[in-house]
Write a protein that binds this ligand. Structure first.
Ligand code: GLA
Length: 393
C-alpha cells in the first residue's frame, strides 16, 4: 500500500491525525548464494529487496502496544509489563518477541500503536518474518532512544531480531535474513561473514542479465523440523572432523582440501559426509561467485548458481520436486544462465539469471512447463535490490 494511503488507514483505525505518525521499513531478502551456511559460520551473499514490511507508528506512552495489519482483521494488544505471555499468538508473536527481548536487554519499550503492511509474500522463503522483526526492532529502538535509553545500530537490530526469533518464537534460524533485512544496500549484495559479522558490499552488476525470483507455491510443511535436523547433522559432522583438526571452530573453516583429506571420518555415518561436503563446497562457491561478479564474469556466476542447486538437491537434500522442476525448466530456457533455490528450501523461491530482453518470454515459457508437470503455476515477482531498514522521513 502507498504510504499516503497507509497513514490514512492508520487514522481510520486508531484516530487522531497524521501529524505525529512515523514510518519504519525493513526489507525481505534474497540469498544469491551460500545456502545453509550461516549457521555453519561461513560467508553468505544475500541482498535486500523492494518487497518489504512497512510500519506506521505513533507513540502513545501507555503501557500497551497495539498491533494491526492491512492483511489481518483483528487488533492485538500487548501489555508491556507482561511481554512474556504472547508466544502462542497466531499473529503478533514476532512483534511480542522483539519487544520482550529488547526489554530484557535494557531498552525502554514505549507504548505505541502500530499498523503493519507487508509485501513480502508469507511462506515464500523471502524472509517475511525477518522483515517484520527488523522493522519492529527499528521502531522500538527509535522510541527507546528518544526516551533517553540506549542507542542502537543496524547490526544490533539484526542480532536482536534473530535472538527473538530463536528464543521467543522457537525458530532456530541463523543471522543471514535479519542481517540482510537490516543492512541491505541499493543495487548491492552483502558478503557477510556469519562467524564475525564482518561484511562488505559488492555491486550487483549483472550486465545484460536480470535476476528473476519465482515462487514454486508449494505449501511448506516439513520446513522447521528438517531445518533443525540439518543443523544437528552438520554439528555432528563438525565434531567428527575436529577429531582430525581440533583447531577448527566451524565447519565453514575447512577448506576443500582439508575436507577431502579428512572426510573419511564421516563415511558410514548416515548422511554426514554429504551434508558436510555441501557446506564446505558451497563456501568455496561463495568466494568464487564474488570473484566472478567482481571480474564481470556473469556466465561463471550463473554456473555456480546451478552447482549450488545441484548440491542442495543431491547432498543437502532440501529442494523437493517443485524447486527441482522450476530450476530445471529455467535452466533449459535459452537466455537463462543459472538457476537455484534460495532460502531454507523445501518450497519457497528460486532465483534465475535471465537475459533482460527475454524475461517476459522466460516467465511465460517456464511457468507453462512448470504448471504442466506440477499441476499448478509458479508466481514470478518483479523485484529490485534496495536499502535495508530505515525510517522514512
Ligand atoms: C533460512 C534461515 C537462514 C538460513 C537459510 C538457509 O532462511 O532463516 O538463517 O539458514 O534458511 O540458508
Amino acid at each position: 500500500m502507498e504510504i499516503k494511503r497507509l497513514k490514512e488507514k492508520f487514522v481510520e483505525l486508531y484516530g487522531g491525525d497524521e501529524s505525529d505518525l512515523r514510518v519504519f521499513s525493513a526489507a525481505g531478502r534474497v540469498n544469491l548464494i551460500g545456502e545453509h551456511i550461516d549457521y555453519c559460520g561461513g560467508k553468505v551473499f544475500p541482498a535486500a529487496l523492494n518487497l518489504r514490511t512497512v510500519i506506521v507508528a505513533r507513540k502513545t506512552g501507555k503501557k500497551v502496544i497495539n498491533l494491526t495489519a492491512t492483511t489481518v482483521n483483528d487488533r492485538v494488544t500487548l501489555e508491556i509489563d507482561h511481554l512474556e505471555k504472547y508466544k502462542d499468538l497466531p499473529w503478533g508473536d514476532y512483534q511480542a518477541g522483539v519487544a520482550y527481548v529488547m526489554q530484557q536487554e535494557g531498552y525502554e519499550i514505549v507504548g505505541c500503536d502500530l499498523l503493519y503492511d507487508t509485501t513480502v509474500p508469507f511462506g515464500s522463503g523471502l524472509s517475511s518474518s525477518a522483515s517484520i522483526e527488523v522493522a519492529t526492532a527499528m521502531a522500538f529502538s527509535t522510541f527507546s532512544k528518544e526516551a533517553g535509553v540506549k542507542d542502537v545500530d543496524l547490526v544490533q537490530l539484526a542480532v536482536l531480531s534473530q535472538r527473538s526469533e530463536n528464543t521467543y518464537n522457537g525458530v532456530n534460524c541463523g543471522i543471514m535474513d535479519q542481517f540482510a533485512s537490516s543492512l541491505g544496500k541499493k543495487d548491492r549484495a552483502i558478503l557477510l561473514d556469519c562467524a564475525t559479522l564482518d561484511y562488505k558490499y559488492v555491486p550487483l552488476e549483472l550486465g545484460d542479465y536480470e535476476m528473476v525470483i519465482a515462487n514454486c507455491n508449494k505449501k511448506r510443511s516439513l520446513q522447521d523440523s528438517k531445518y533443525n535436523e540439518r543443523r544437528g547433522e552438520v554439528e555432528e559432522a563438525l565434531a567428527l572432523l575436529k577429531t582430525r583438526l581440533p583447531g577448527k571452530k566451524n565447519l565453514a573453516e575447512f577448506s576443500v582440501e582439508e575436507f577431502d583429506a579428512n572426510c573419511d571420518v564421516l563415511k558410514g555415518k548416515g548422511k554426514l559426509y554429504e551434508r558436510a561436503k555441501h557446506v564446505v563446497y558451497e563456501c568455496d562457491r561463495v568466494n568464487k561467485s564474488v570473484k566472478a561478479l567482481e571480474e564481470g564474469k556473469i556466465l561463471e556466476f550463473g554456473e555456480l548458481l546451478n552447482q549450488s542447486h545441484y548440491s542442495l538437491r543431491d547432498l543437502y537434500e532440501v529442494t523437493g520436486k517443485e524447486l527441482d522442476a522450476l530450476t530445471k525448466y529455467s535452466r533449459a530456457f535459452d537466455g537463462c544462465i543459472g538457476s537455484r533455490m534460495t532460502g531454507a528450501g523445501f518450497g519457497g523461491c528460486t532465483i534465475s539469471l535471465v537475459k533482460k530482453d527475454k524475461v517476459a518470454d522466460f516467465i511465460k515459457t517456464v511457468n507453462a512447463q512448470y504448471a504442466e508437470e506440477i499441476g499448478y503455476e509458479a508466481t514470478f515477482y518483479l523485484t529490485s535490490v534496495e536499502d535495508g531498514a530505515r525510517e522514512l522521513k
